[in-house]
Ligand binder design. Structure first.
Ligand SMILES: [Zn+2]
Length: 452
């Protein structure tokens, strides 16, 4: 059988390479069977013995690795603008949990399509996603159709923090049984583009046995563990009160630790916990917009990187951001450290590593994603450098990416070498249909919770 024709030559662009540090070279990127086959100096010819390539002219553009967001909630995209100006605990209890409870298969499907469309059009090629408690199969169906690389999981909750709706929390065994069925169906689907993660919401909403069993299942399936940790001071105090341990020590005691574990936020961790997370090789995900908007605090990312922690980046969900714009997250990640530590803190090159290589490690795909290197999967973005806010393009392109670029600069997006966005147009689904259906499902959903 002939493999799908994703063979491609991205010619004449500036190519962003990572060899210890970022470097830009004028080169052609050759893609075969979904992987990066060669990076050649411009003017080099593709191997004539091979099948013909589709040639895409990239002059005036930057060919760069797809950006990775290692903490998003696509199920919340329909909640955009419905939960502003609240701290985390009220945001969850008064808005997010009632809205998640009111989801149907259809609303979860279109919420995922809407979020994934925004992500792909804005240059994000891979995500780690936490869905809600129910309807996760519908989210996977959307992810399969739209063509983004995604590791997603059903949200696990079996205990009720004060104010949480009883109908979201499940029995421990029931939650785990459904998670296992979803992993059997989706982990490795779509030629490995889709993967499953076990996703306990956060320690206050989960029993110890649920957390331990999620860790065991992740090990068994070779899957990631995706949760929130140390997001607010209230969360930290709640965990200390109920377990007698610091939050990171508690998570370690139930197996949420090590390279499989991905902890979103970690705003409220001390120096000893940062050292412990680094030694464990636990992945951390920085979500600067979300942390600022919910008033949670500022994660000590430079200290985490200095200690050797793996750090990735994420927009979190639409109701706490309210965009899923990785360029905004990169810019903010750099800016918010500077008043605290000085203007030298977290330079652009480090932020870009967090949004590429750090994300790849958080997905457990460090050998497959995160940079343009021969043999890696061809998850690539072609960025148009000709917008006035990116001139002079002869300057520092890494600086442009972090401080100046925006989603509308994204021209083409490839996942596994397959074009999903060309010339700023989504190819895998109709954007008009996504917007229309998302609007309709959001109106119905608000009606069901009396926020009409
Ligand atoms: Zn989150």
């Amino acid at each position: 059988m002939t493999p799908p024709t994703t063979d491609l030559l991205l010619s004449g662009g500036d190519v962003l390479l990572h060899e210890g540090q970022w470097r830009v070279a004028r080169a052609d990127v050759e893609v075969r069977e979904g992987r990066i086959w060669a990076v050649r100096g411009s003017g080099g010819r593709a191997d004539g013995e091979q099948r013909p390539l589709t040639v895409r002219d990239c002059s005036g553009c930057l060919v760069m690795p797809g950006l990775i967001q290692a903490h998003v909630h696509l199920c919340q995209t329909l909640f955009r603008g419905l939960a502003d100006d609240l701290p985390l605990e009220a945001w969850l209890a008064r808005r997010i949990w009632p809205l998640e409870s009111a989801h149907t298969d259809e609303s979860v499907y279109w919420s995922a399509m809407l979020g994934a469309a925004e992500l792909l059009l804005g240059g994000t090629t891979a995500i780690l996603d936490m869905e809600t408690v129910r309807h996760t199969g519908a989210a996977f169906a959307a992810l399969e159709r739209i063509g983004i690389r995604a590791t997603a999981g059903k949200c696990l909750m079996d205990a009720h923090p004060e104010g949480a709706p009883l109908d979201l929390a499940e029995s421990t065994d029931g939650a785990l049984a459904e998670a296992q069925q979803l992993a059997e169906r989706w982990h490795g689907a779509a030629n490995g583009r889709l993967r499953y993660c076990f996703a306990p919401r956060f320690a206050p909403a989960c029993s110890g046995p649920l957390l331990r069993a999620a860790s065991d299942l992740a090990e068994r399936f070779g899957a990631q563990l995706h949760t929130h940790a140390a997001e607010t001071i209230v969360e930290r105090q709640t965990v200390a009160r109920s377990t007698g341990l610091g939050e990171i020590a508690y998570l370690e005691s139930v197996g949420i630790t090590g390279p499989r574990a991905v902890l979103a936020h970690c705003v409220w961790v001390d120096a000893e916990e940062i050292a412990r997370l680094a030694a464990q090789q636990t992945n951390l995900v920085h979500c600067p917009s979300s942390n600022l908007k919910l008033g949670s605090g500022i994660a000590r990312v430079p200290e985490m990187l200095e200690a050797g922690c793996g750090v990735a980046l994420g927009a979190d969900g639409a109701p706490c951001n309210n965009r899923l714009d990785v360029f905004a997250e990169m810019r903010l990640a750099a800016l918010i450290q500077k008043p605290r530590l000085g203007a030298e803190a977290l330079p652009a090159g480090e932020v870009l590593e967090v949004a590429t290589l750090g994300g790849a490690d958080a997905l457990g795909l460090g050998d497959e994603l995160g940079s343009i290197a021969v043999g890696k999967r061809a998850d690539l973005v072609v960025l148009d450098l000709r917008g006035p806010h990116l001139v002079p393009a002869s300057g520092d392109v890494v600086s442009h990416l972090v401080y100046a670029a925006q989603p509308s600069d994204v021209r083409d997006v490839f996942v596994d070498g397959r074009p999903v966005v060309l010339g700023g147009e989504l190819l895998t689904a109709s954007l008009d249909e996504i917007v229309r259906e998302a609007e309709r499902r959001a109106t119905e959903l608000r009606g069901r919770v009396g926020m009409g």
